[in-house]
Write a protein that binds this ligand. Structure first.
Ligand code: MEV
Length: 438
């Protein structure tokens, strides 16, 4: 067990599975059956998925659900969501319908700038470095022409390169800090390729720069990589209505609800323990759409949470106010997304999801995703400040518990009916199943 295996990546898929089953499952064929059960019978499709990553042994399914009735800037959308958590799609749909009847969501992209950096060490005269940088900057741009040509034709490319002195933080540490416009591409490959080209040219040119002494000539490149912190790739989405319209069939007192809602948001603005859970709810909506549309949810997560901490304390991503009887709830969030490149033309379900969204541009997708986050947060806060989260949550969770106990269709029907008038708890469901079965 504690021995390493060499050459694992060169084993065939079957050999890899055999090794796993023999090493970790005591040769148990059942483990092999579970793995194989998720293989797709369409060999071409399976091969496509096998080749997305390395050492693939099977597929890991996530449900793809849809939330209809999202009215965004006057256009109706049905939003695809890939997520394993029950209640999320239901909550999004409910919030979408609620705001559909109140003018819908307004969304706007504030900026679309992305960032990449070449991190390097230089020990020498700082003014000489600045002079060298100004001299070499056109050459850095020239050296990337073959990469930027097409992007430039479409109106994107490298926006600027700055030399940044970071020696106050680490002795000898400088950066080439570059900004990019990558249009409908998320742009990770584009940015990283440009950065590596900058690094190469910068290092090479330094070696022959006449102003540099021998030590200065040897610039040490540490690394070249895009940043997933994208505070200037920002989108805003909002909903607003007169307070009295916040009630549905007189189910709540609208004034009381509006005040409690704003207070709930304010709490997440000042209390990090609450802010993290509050934002987790936002990300339920964001990640599900990001995943369904083939975007990198880890990049989005990292960037969003860094943004939530931009003022030195982790805070709410959403904001709410009441002004002259008008309730307004909004989100401002950095989202670096793509609708071309990457998985977007490879994964059939990603393609389908983008088609469902009327083949959006990256800017349109930023708006849709921000709206999904705002809607999710609205639904969560509405439940939390009125009935409490567990009522709706446990109803949805009921199905998970029933599946866990392999309830038959007939048992499910009886128990769903039973729990329409009874509180769902794990033990109450178990008890009810046992009662039916005994
Ligand atoms: C659960 O996935 C998300 C919530 O906890 C979010 C929140 O508390 O705002 C309901």
């Amino acid at each position: 067990m504690n021995k390493s295996i060499s050459g694992f990546s060169r084993l065939s898929k079957s050999e890899k599975i055999n090794w796993i089953v023999d090493t970790y499952f005591s040769h148990n064929e059942n483990a092999k059956n579970i793995i194989k059960q998720y293989w797709n019978t369409n060999e071409k499709l399976q091969k496509l998925h096998d080749e997305f990553i390395e050492n693939t042994i099977t597929n890991y399914y996530l449900p793809l659900g849809v939330a209809p009735n999202f009215l965004i800037n006057g256009k109706v959308h049905t939003i695809p969501m890939a997520i394993e958590e029950s209640s999320v799609v239901a909550a999004a749909s409910k919030a979408a319908k609620f705001w559909f009847d109140r003018g819908g969501f307004k969304a706007e992209v504030i900026s679309t700038i992305k960032i990449g950096q070449v991190h390097f060490n230089y020990h020498g005269n700082k003014e000489a470095l600045h002079r060298f940088f100004n001299q070499v900057k056109p050459q850095l741009l020239e050296a990337t022409k073959h990469i930027t040509k097409n992007m430039q034709k479409r109106g994107g490319g490298i926006l600027d390169i700055e030399l940044r002195d970071k020696t106050a933080d680490i002795d000898g540490y400088f950066q080439l800090h570059a900004t990019f416009e990558t249009l409908d591409a998320m742009g990770a490959n584009f940015i990283n390729s440009c950065l590596e080209e900058f690094a190469k040219t910068f290092k090479e040119q330094a070696l022959t720069h006449p102003d540099f002494n021998d030590e200065e000539k040897h610039i040490e490149i540490i690394m070249s990589i895009l940043s997933n912190y994208v505070p200037e790739c920002l989108v805003r989405a909002e909903v607003s209505c007169p307070i009295e319209e916040l009630t549905e069939n007189n189910d709540i007192n609208p004034d009381e609800f509006a005040n409690k809602f704003v207070q709930a948001v304010n709490i997440a603005e000042v209390e990090p323990y609450r802010a993290v859970t509050h934002n987790k709810g936002v990300m339920n909506g964001i990640d599900a759409v990001v995943l369904a549309t083939g975007n990198d949810f880890r990049a989005v997560e990292a960037g969003v949470h860094a943004y939530a901490s931009k003022d030195g304390q982790y805070k709410s991503l959403t904001h709410a106010k009441i002004e002259q009887g008008q309730f307004t709830f909004w989100i401002e969030i950095p989202l670096a997304l793509g609708t071309v490149g990457g998985l977007t033309s490879l994964h059939p379900l990603v393609k389908l999801s983008l088609e469902l969204l009327h083949k959006p541009s990256a800017k349109e997708l930023m708006q849709i995703v921000a709206v999904a986050g705002l809607a999710q947060n609205f639904a969560a806060l509405r439940s939390l400040t009125t009935t409490g989260i567990q009522e709706g949550h446990m109803k949805m969770h009921l199905m998970n518990i029933l599946n866990q106990f392999e309830a038959t269709e007939n048992e499910k029907k009886q128990l769903i009916k039973h729990f329409k008038n009874h509180t769902v708890t794990h033990s109450a469901v178990v008890e009810a199943i046992e009662k039916i079965r005994s």
